[in-house]
Structures are given as C-alpha cells and as structure tokens.
Design a protein around this ligand. Structure first.
Ligand code: HEM
Length: 497
C-alpha cells in the first residue's frame, strides 16, 4: 500500500513553479533570449524541479544534475522522446535529423549508426590520426593568421567532421563548395533562440496563416531553410555515393552507412532519407558545439593568464618543446584536464540542451509529472550549482584536482552534464577533439591580451550571445608562438597545408 501511495502519480501535486495566468501560462515571464537565466532564478525560488506552462504546454525544468540523472538517464525509456518541433519537422521538413527525431524506429536506427561510429571507444580512437593532422594544420594556420583564430578553429572542427563523416578533405573554409552548401543549409535552419522555442512550436496554428500578415515572415524563412536543408543533405549523400560507385571513396561514416544498407540490395527511399538525415545531423551537432567550446577556452585564457601559465608549465614539464602533445600523454597532464573540465562547466554551450518529452505519467519526490510534458534540462544551472561547485562564478580548474580520488563525493565531472542526458551525444569523440586542440595550442603558443594602436592592453568583455549554442561575442587577443623552437616545431610537423 505504501509503495502504491508513494509511486502512483497523483494529479494535483505538480512540482512548484511561478504562478500561471490563463492561456499564457508562464509565457509572458519568459524573455526572448537567455531563458536559462530566468529558469535559474526560478530554481533559486522553487527548487531543482520546477513546473511551468508555456502557453498551454506543460513543462518541467530540471535544474540539478541529480534530478536530470534520476529522470532522464535512469528512466530514459519514458524521457527520451522529443516534443513536436513544428518549425523543424513540419515547416522545414527536417524529419530525419537524429537530434530532433522522436523516440521511434528511425531514431533507433540512426542512433545505432552513431553508436558504432562515435560512441564506441574503439571507433573513437581510430579517428586520432585525422584529429592529429587537423590539430597540426590548426597550429600552422594560427601561426600565419593569428587574428583569424575563430576562422582557423572552425576550420579545425569542420575539417575533422568532413574527413571522418564524408571522407572529404577541406583545405579552406572559403573555397570548399561542399562545406559552403552545408553551412548554408544549417544556418538557414538554425535561426532564433534555443531549439523548440519558436512561436510556431507553441502555436502550430500559425503555420496556416498567410505569410504576408505581420509577424508571419518566418514562413518565407522556412521556405529558404527547407531548400537549404534539402540541398545540403542531398549533396552530401550524392557526393559520397558517386565516389563509391566510381571506386574512389575514402573511408567515412557516410560510406559505412551506404555500404551497410546496400548489402541487402538497392537502397530504399527510407534508407536514403535516414542516411541523409544522419549526415546533416553530424555536421549540425558536431561542428559549432566544438568550435564554440574552443573559443570559450581562448577567451578564458585571455581573462585568466595565471591559469594559462600553469597549464603551460605542466605541459613544458611533461611534453617539453621538442615534440607535439599526443593522446598517449593525456593521463600525465592532470592540470590541463582540469582546465578543460572547467571550460565545459564555465560556459556550457548548450545551456538548455534540446528539450525532451515525457511519454508516460510519472512521479518523482512525491510530485506528479504529467505525460506529454516538455522536459528541459537547465544545464546552465547545473554547472553553476553552488552545492556542487562552490564559488561557482569563479573560473577555478583546481576544483577538479581531487575528482579522481573522490575527495569530494558531491563533485560531478561536467562531462556528465554538458553533453546532455539520456540520448547519447558523440561526447568521447568531441572531448578528444577539444583536448588535442587545447593541448596543441598550450604547448606551442602564448595567448595574451591584444594591444591597441597606443600599446594599451585590450581586455575583452566576456559577453555570451545565446542562441541554439551559446557563444562569446567576437573579441580580440594575441596568439603567437611561445618560442622560436615551438615555431619551428609547428613548421616541421605539418606535411601538408
Ligand atoms: C563540446 C562539444 C559538444 C557538446 C557540448 C555537445 C552537447 C550536446 C547536447 C547538450 C546534446 C543534447 C542531448 C540531449 O538531448 O539531452 C547533444 C546531442 C547530440 N550530439 Fe553533441 N555535443 C558536442 C559535440 C558533438 C560532436 C562532436 C558530435 C558528433 C558525433 C555530437 C553528436 C551529437 C548527436 C548525434 C546528438 C543527438 C543525440 C540524440 O538526440 O540522439 N555532439 N550534444
């Protein structure tokens, strides 16, 4: 009886949350951008599980890692669906995008492909040669074009995804037609603030109103985005397929999927759709996220020169300056590891992740969680939780030094948070790309404040723009080789531009 009473969801005992008004629910209290900050204020007032209604949509906001792990990881079977994304699915027709797809057969199939290629450790390790090659190119490009560091880092993250995903070597961001087309598709689709928060997602009826009415211009944007996404997916797929037919395809994620489906005969339209969707997802999920995390790293190194110096001292002690760092030395660089963890925590680039949907009524801590609710993980609040990270507004890599020894049992590795819950992201692969990028820079380069025409140091103001990923506003800094020896080391190690 006790078990029944405790576990049977009861209507009426919803989690606490701000007062709602008819029709709008809490929508009028939500700002257009930086919603994670409003949710974090609500967390301080109402606790780590907050209930709101956005217009009429029931929404549960999870503000602590504990609640997110308890529900989205441990009860993943009922928390892994996605809400209805009217903008993406119905207006743009981006239905085969893995990260937007519902918890259904199509998702399971795409997830299996991702699992084999980007989650299994053996597969992830097999990409090290490509990551190594691109990290070396990154250093050479930073040597020649230090002011374009954002562009060069993008070249690094996109270069890795293109080679591993599509067997395509991009040599420049501007000159590569396949990359430009992919970018155009992604940019047209990912407009506005966080995923699933477009007005039409809450009022699907808006999609039936004529585009010429005031406020309906999103319908023109949707036509452009639909074409952009279709062109992107089709061209990525056709490019690889044509190379396979001509017998000149390089090993790639795309080739593996096409060959696997071909084994049972000709590819069906569904096979093609699923492969195309997976290819688009790879670029969308893997490039900006990694790029933004590395830009945050550069920004905080300008802001916290002592941290940079300490990481560099460790690097010089362990690696020296006659070779470049490699994955086999990672375990010997504990401070650098802490810096990376603190970068992830400091600015989680997906502060609200991608919303999930609860498919069954559920109960948690005595609260009733209604079926059909949108479930938002407030990763931002989790990363700034003072119970887990004391002085959470201070950038302090040292906080993680005792993590392995379990000195502080409350401390959570941010990698368990920032890559989301339940549905699996390519986090080991992403983490390797991040680590090699920052390790290569710390070994060979100095990052300092830039100076203006009068020789005065320019201190960047750390402002973060929130969108589908949260990104620092453009800033300047000075990136230059640490010594003549490291300059030569970079030149000697790059065999091809
Ligand atoms: C620092 C880099 C990255 C961060 C912070 C990041 C973060 C995230 C987050 C927060 C989600 C949403 C998870 C959820 O629904 O709860 C996600 C989904 C996803 N990410 Fe990443 N990501 C990164 C890099 C990558 C890379 C390099 C790949 C490439 C393989 C990737 C592939 C995916 C995929 C496929 C999904 C969708 C999973 C699904 O819905 O089934 N991510 N990522």
């Amino acid at each position: 009886v006790l078990s029944y009473v405790l576990h049977t969801p009861r209507r009426g005992s919803l989690p606490p949350g701000p007062p709602r008004v008819p029709l709008l629910g809490n929508a009028h209290q939500l700002p257009q951008s930086d919603q994670h900050l409003t949710f974090t204020k609500w967390a301080a007032q109402y606790g780590d599980v907050v209930y709101v209604e956005i217009f009429t949509r029931p929404t549960i906001i999870l503000n602590s890692a504990k609640a997110a792990i308890d529900l989205m990881d441990k009860r993943g079977a009922i928390y892994s669906d996605r809400p209805r994304f009217v903008w993406f699915h119905e207006l743009i027709g981006w239905t085969s995008n893995t990260s937007l797809c519902g918890y259904n057969e199509t998702w399971r199939r795409m997830r299996k492909w991702f699992q084999h290629a980007f989650i299994a450790r053996s597969a992830v390790d097999s990409y090290h040669p490509v990551q190594r090659r691109e990290a070396r190119r990154l250093l050479l490009n930073l040597l020649h074009h230090p002011d374009d560091f954002v562009y060069q880092i993008k070249r690094y993250t996109a270069g890795i995804i293109f080679e591993i995903g599509y067997g395509h070597d991009i040599t420049s961001l501007d000159g590569d037609k396949l990359l430009q087309l992919t970018e155009r598709g992604i940019r047209a689709a990912l407009v506005g603030s966080s995923i699933g928060s477009a007005m039409v997602d809450f009022f699907p009826v808006l999609r039936y109103l004529p585009a010429w009415l005031p406020g309906m211009s999103f319908k023109y944007a949707a036509i452009k985005a639909r074409k952009g996404v279709e062109d992107m997916e089709m061209t990525l797929y056709n490019t690889v397929n044509e190379k396979i037919v001509a017998g000149i395809a390089r090993p790639s994620f795309a080739a593996v999927m096409i060959e696997e489906c071909s084994r049972k005969g000709d590819l069906t339209a569904k096979d093609e759709d699923d492969i195309k969707g997976t290819l688009g997802t790879l670029y969308q999920a893997g490039t900006d996220s990694s790029l933004t995390t590395l830009i945050v790293f550069v920004l905080v190194m300008v802001q916290y020169p002592d941290v940079f110096r300490k990481a560099q001292e460790e690097m010089i002690r362990v690696v020296g300056d006659s070779r470049l760092p490699d994955f086999d030395g990672r375990a010997s660089l504990p401070y650098l590891e802490c810096v990376l963890m603190e970068v992830y925590r400091w600015c989680p680039i997906g502060p609200l992740s991608i919303p999930h949907r609860l498919t069954e009524d559920d109960a948690y801590r005595g609260y009733y969680l209604p079926k059909g609710s949108m479930v938002i993980s407030n990763i931002w609040a989790m990363c700034r939780d003072p119970e887990v990270y004391p002085e959470s507004d201070v950038f302090k890599p040292e906080r993680f030094l005792g993590l392995k020894s379990g000195e502080d049992p409350n401390l959570i590795d941010p990698k368990k948070i920032v890559f989301g819950f339940g549905r699996r992201c390519g986090k080991y692969f992403a983490d390797d790309t991040m680590w090699l990028g920052i390790a290569s820079i710390v070994t060979t380069m100095d990052i300092t404040k830039a100076r203006d025409a009068r020789g005065q140091e320019i201190t960047p103001t750390p402002v973060y723009i929130s969108g589908t990923t949260m990104c620092p506003e453009p800033f300047v800094c000075d990136i230059h080789p640490r010594s003549d020896r490291t300059r030569q080391l970079i030149i000697d190690n790059v065999t091809e531009p």
